[in-house]
Design a protein around this ligand. Structure first.
Ligand code: HEC
Ligand code: HEC
Length: 370
């Protein structure tokens, strides 16, 4: 079920919108709270963790999920725009996977609103991602006695695509923020002042609400386009293929990311350039920021909001110039940093043993002792 709601404020006057904003802004720390942990099955998580770090899930065994979603970088990659399957380059910023299991829709444009099983399939099979034929992937698993044992222990029977698509989401459910200064209730005076501004005058909490600091809806904030996507033929080619596949008219000529228009296809184009509100947890580890990585630092993001967002005819009316003082901007950044918790880099999140990509062919995998 897709739960994306397109802006309802478009036709309401600014005064009414501001009035609604005042009613909607959450003010207290309890409105945000720690992100709930999710119960998981240990054997399925362990299988999912190995799969996440296994390069054999990509067509030419060159990249794993962790190549782009690196635990040391908050399960993002530190790049403005993502890498891609060898021979291509991406056109979106790699999002963190921390807390992604709580999302109601996935990808910057929210184009998948079902579940992580489908998101996992998309990542594996999409030609600019891992470019893998899942029928081949399943046979590769059977050639590895470690997997034969792990799929069995996880209750999935023999190695299969279906089992892999269940185990990886099970692992993703363990990637939950923990122990941030905000959750411990240990904000410094500057961070506390930043929180007051965030939830009050700056109106950030209208969209960045709840424990993950996102309402899982799409908005146009007027983030400028990243010209690198159209300047670099490798990225442009990937973008064109995507836009064509998503049914975007004029896909050869457009020079901007349509965002959630690929889902809504609003006839008046009012949803062009809308993107899902991202989580504000773990930002310390996950820059650059926005769907296209145009902002390298949190200071740049705050300057952007202070100016009332970007320049776009579809821009959400809630964004208005804020006129923050230098101290207020510093405090907002300090507050955002206080939403980052312990890095998820321990052995419970990172597969430790080497994973072979080359091995002797086993004629009948059912006969191997395990
Ligand atoms: C080549 C880099 C790359 C690889 C490899 C990759 N991802 Fe991603 N991932 C991305 C990018 C880029 C996006 C955002 C795509 C978009 O918005 O169109 C993304 C989005 C996601 C999301 C949605 C997150 C959200 O909050 O919307 C999930 C979940 C995810 N990836 C999981 C995985 C898994 C599991 C694997 C391995 C099976 C994987 N990814 C492999 C780059 C990669
Ligand atoms: C109208 C809804 C809305 C309001 C109000 C809003 N944001 Fe956002 N925010 C978004 C959306 C949507 C994005 C993603 C835009 C994109 O990717 O192009 C975003 C992105 C961000 C990011 C980048 C996160 C990342 O991982 O890339 C930060 C940081 C942020 N907002 C902080 C704030 C702060 C601080 C305020 C208040 C000054 C604020 N936002 C107000 C909707 C909003």
């Amino acid at each position: 079920m897709i739960r994306i709601e397109f802006r309802g404020l478009l036709k309401i006057g600014v005064t009414a919108a501001v009035g609604m904003m005042a009613a909607l802004v959450p003010g207290a720390a309890e409105d945000f709270g720690p992100v709930p942990q999710i119960e998981t099955n240990a054997a399925q998580v362990e299988l999912g963790r190995r799969l996440f770090f296994d390069k054999r899930l990509s067509g030419d065994a060159a990249i794993s999920c962790a190549s782009c979603h690196d635990p040391a970088r908050g399960f993002a990659d530190g790049l403005p725009l993502s890498a891609a399957y060898p021979g291509s380059l991406g056109f979106r910023n790699t999002p963190t996977l921390i807390n992604t299991a709580h999302r109601a829709a996935w990808f910057h444009d929210g184009r998948l609103g079902s579940n992580l099983n489908d998101v996992t399939r998309e990542m594996i099979t999409e030609d600019y991602m891992m470019n893998m034929d899942m029928r081949l992937m399943q046979e590769r698993f059977k050639q590895d006695p470690v997997y034969v044992e792990m799929f069995e222990a996880a209750g999935y029977g023999e190695p299969s695509n279906g089992g892999a698509r269940k185990a990886i989401p099970e692992f993703l459910k363990t990637l939950i923020s923990r122990n941030s200064a905000f959750d411990r209730g240990e904000l410094s005076p500057s961070e506390q002042s930043g929180f007051t501004i965030f939830a009050g005058v700056a109106g950030c909490g209208t969209c960045h609400s709840g424990p993950r600091f996102t309402d899982d809806r799409v908005y146009n904030t007027g983030v400028p386009d990243n010209p690198e996507i159209w300047r670099n033929p490798m990225r442009h080619t990937t973008f064109v293929a995507y836009a064509m596949f998503m049914g975007i008219e004029n896909f050869m000529n457009i020079r901007r990311d349509p965002g959630a228009h690929v889902r809504g296809h609003a006839a008046d184009g009012s949803d062009v350039g809308t993107f899902l509100t991202p989580t504000l947890r773990e930002l310390t580890h996950t820059g650059p920021y926005m769907h296209n990585g145009v902002f390298a630092t949190l200071e740049e993001v705050i300057d952007f909001y202070d100016a009332g967002g970007g320049d776009d005819p579809n821009k959400d009316r809630r964004l208005m110039p804020l006129g923050l003082s230098k101290q207020q901007r510093t405090d907002l950044v300090a507050f955002l940093r206080a939403l980052s918790g312990d890095p998820l880099t321990g052995p419970e999140f990172v597969w430790q043993d080497p994973i072979p990509t080359e091995y002797d062919v086993i004629d009948d995998w059912r006969e191997t002792p395990n």
